[in-house]
Design a protein. Structure first.
Length: 83
């Protein structure tokens, strides 16, 4: 997302995108309720923001953008920004 707008891009082959997604969510942090972060540029290159958002939603997790990175909170519990 740049300036509040999702960017469009070429979609990678499904098998490649599926492997990338599987790798993200098989990480120890994702399995134990931790935090996973990836650069926005890398996400766009590998699977696209929309696909990642769909995967995060499907798991009931939360995703925020911090600077040039997406931070995925791998816990389906409530989320409250403190400050």
């Amino acid at each position: 997302m740049v300036g509040g707008m999702l960017q469009t891009r070429a979609i990678p082959p499904p098998a490649q995108a599926d492997r990338w997604i599987a790798g993200i969510f098989s990480a120890r942090a994702a399995q134990t309720g931790g935090v996973v972060r990836r650069s926005i540029a890398w996400v766009e290159r590998e699977v696209g923001t929309e696909r990642l958002m769909a995967e995060v939603r499907a798991r009931g997790f939360h995703m925020v953008q911090v600077g040039g990175q997406y931070v995925i909170i791998c816990n389906p519990g409530g989320l409250r920004v403190i400050c």
